[in-house]
Design a protein around this ligand. Structure first.
Ligand SMILES: C[S@@+](CC[C@H](N)C(=O)[O-])C[C@H]1O[C@@H](n2cnc3c(N)ncnc32)[C@H](O)[C@@H]1O
Length: 297
């Protein structure tokens, strides 16, 4: 059995504050990932089409007809990503067409992992991350729904998880890794997937055929505001005494892991997937310089 140990520092947090921080996180991430709701919709639709037991069998359950998409993303006041803390929208989807075993790499406070768990209630959903603050929020915010695997995506994560998986996702996480570690992540993900399983990497992934256009699109207009929102979010979290030990731990961890900001063009990702034996790979979603690449094991 893989490690399911909680974060080393697991504080008793106020559930209302946890809910607020996780909602705030979603908004901050939506600032960094333009069109985030449509990205998430695409990821879910592709996962259901490729991994779901019933998705492609039923004529009214194809990708375009997936009943979940309009229901999960219920507006949410204009934020890029809808937070379904109460499960209302996601509950409307029966969950029968989803993958059975899911792993979200660099899943942070678990908001996307939780949405997947709610959308596919029969699925087991795991999350890998190494940030003790975000893991504490994931643990407090989605108890019992998401299994946490505290681990380093640049090192030992594959040994801590419990494959094989049907679906592995990595949203806005791979750019933290240097090139070698990013390539190794593709290899480890390939090994952790069942044959036919799906890896989806969503990140800043420019199109090399549109160098000029990509240059104009990045940095995006909202990046500065997103950076400010990120700083404010962390300031608010820092004000919580219960999180002080986790914050200290976090500082030590990231002192040795400065984000690489490695954002190669999509061709690099396709080559990395191909090299380690993914049978097909390509873009399933794009918004400016951001894209989601799907690779089939
Ligand atoms: C920009 S956040 C995205 C979080 C989440 N995927 C989302 O979209 O809300 C990047 C995440 O990657 C995690 N991360 C960065 N480097 C990591 C590493 N070496 N090992 C594990 N997680 C890492 C961070 O802790 C953070 O949770």
């Amino acid at each position: 059995m893989a490690s399911t140990s909680p974060p080393r520092t697991l504080p008793q947090l106020d559930p209302v504050a946890v809910d607020r921080w996780r909602r705030g996180w979603d908004e901050v991430m939506a600032g960094f990932l333009p069109g985030a709701a449509s990205c998430e919709a695409a990821v879910l639709a592709v996962a259901e089409a490729v991994c779901g037991p019933g998705a492609e069998r039923s004529p009214d359950r194809g990708v375009g007809a997936s009943p979940g998409l309009g229901q999960v993303f219920d507006g949410g006041g204009g934020h890029g990503r809808a937070f379904d803390g109460g499960g209302g929208a996601a509950r409307a989807f029966d969950g029968g067409g989803g993958p059975a075993r899911v792993l979200d790499l660099g899943g942070g406070p678990g908001v996307f992992a939780e949405r997947m768990a709610r959308r596919w209630p029969a699925a087991t959903v795991g999350l890998v991350d190494l940030d003790p603050v975000l893991l504490a929020l994931a643990a407090a915010g989605s108890p019992g729904r998401v299994t946490l695997h505290p681990a380093d995506l640049a090192a030992d994560w594959a040994a801590t998880v419990d494959g094989p998986y049907d679906l592995i996702t990595a949203v806005m996480a791979v750019h933290y890794l240097p090139p070698g570690a990013a390539r190794d992540l593709y290899r480890a993900a390939r090994s952790a997937l069942r044959p036919g399983g799906l890896l989806i990497v969503a990140d800043l992934m420019p199109d090399p055929g549109l160098t000029g256009v990509m240059g104009r699109l990045h940095p995006a207009a909202g990046d500065a505001a997103a950076g400010l929102a990120w700083t404010r979010w962390w300031e608010e979290v820092r004000a919580e005494d219960m999180l002080a030990p986790a914050l200290r731990e976090r500082e030590q961890i990231f002192a040795r892991r400065v984000p690489a900001e490695f954002t190669p063009p999509v061709d690099w990702h396709r080559a990395a997937a191909h090299e380690v034996g993914f049978t097909e790979s390509g873009i399933v979603w794009r918004w400016g310089a951001h894209a989601a690449l799907a690779a089939v094991a």
